[in-house]
Ligand binder design. Sequence first.
Ligand SMILES: Nc1ncnc2c1ncn2[C@@H]1O[C@H](COP(=O)(O)OP(=O)(O)OP(=O)(O)O)[C@@H](O)[C@H]1O
Ligand SMILES: [Mg+2]
Length: 285
Amino acid sequence: MGLRAADDSDRDSDDETIGMIHRRDNGGASSAPATSSRWVIDARQLVRTYQMGQNQVHALRGVDLQVGPGDMVAIVGASGSGKSTLMNILGCLDRPDAGSYVLDGVHVDTAGKNARADLRNQKIGFVFQGFNLLARTSAVENVELPLLYHRNDHRLPTRRLAEEALQRVGLGDRMDHEPSELSGGQQQRVAIARALVTKPSLVLADEPTGNLDSRTSMEIMALFQDLNREGVTIVVVTHEDDIARCTNRKVELRDGLVVHDERLRDRVDAAQEAARRKSSDSVIA
Ligand SMILES: Nc1ncnc2c1ncn2[C@@H]1O[C@H](COP(=O)(O)OP(=O)(O)OP(=O)(O)O)[C@@H](O)[C@H]1O
Ligand SMILES: [Mg+2]
């Protein structure tokens, strides 16, 4: 996580960032050129190299990835293979050094910083392994935050929308709890509510279950599957094969390249699997 390049002032490092939320003063997604594309994600030959003193780290070495609307994709690969680097580019949090990225028909690579911030706010929900919630801030306020930065409509009923999103993830009775007063799974639910409150067409999740036990992980995947059934495109990074099997497609990265891209048939129903794990937990207990 936190893959900002410290050496490049053109990147977003000077944005005022609160988790996934960026405050913007001017500019707009409309300034990014649009194109017709049947892909939500159309990334070609993405290259990202980090400069570390005298050394270069080739995190991405020419990644191609096309994801259609309504797909649910797992990105897998060993630690250091470039998964988070790729997700940060797909999420408009970082820019590639070379290659092109068209998001929902908009050329991200040529878009300015403000336009990318707008794209991020309008089209993308980001969920991180570490939840990235604001401490000493209630669940409902955390979820409300992205709406406060939605400058297109100042009359949004932000509190009501945040409450609905929390109800949606099963936390209607935890609205006023702060992150420290919630379990890990509940905190991740708050983060998912925060990701979906802006009604994004794409949800990117970087190891969203990495800090959770196996049953809670399945419950979180069930939420993603629900969203996906409603048509939201989902890309999830995971190390775990049972999580990948809850998706429709598995893309494997190795040393900054896609080495395997496989469509999965009969994805695991995560809600059923969570229930099964719950009942076997109670048998063991
Ligand atoms: N900000 C950075 N500066 C320099 N090198 C970096 C930076 N971020 C990542 N890297 C390097 O780029 C490569 C890819 O890192 P990345 O975080 O994308 O891997 P990953 O597949 O997400 O790994 P993990 O499974 O451990 O999260 C690694 O070799 C890493 O050390
Ligand atoms: Mg990572």
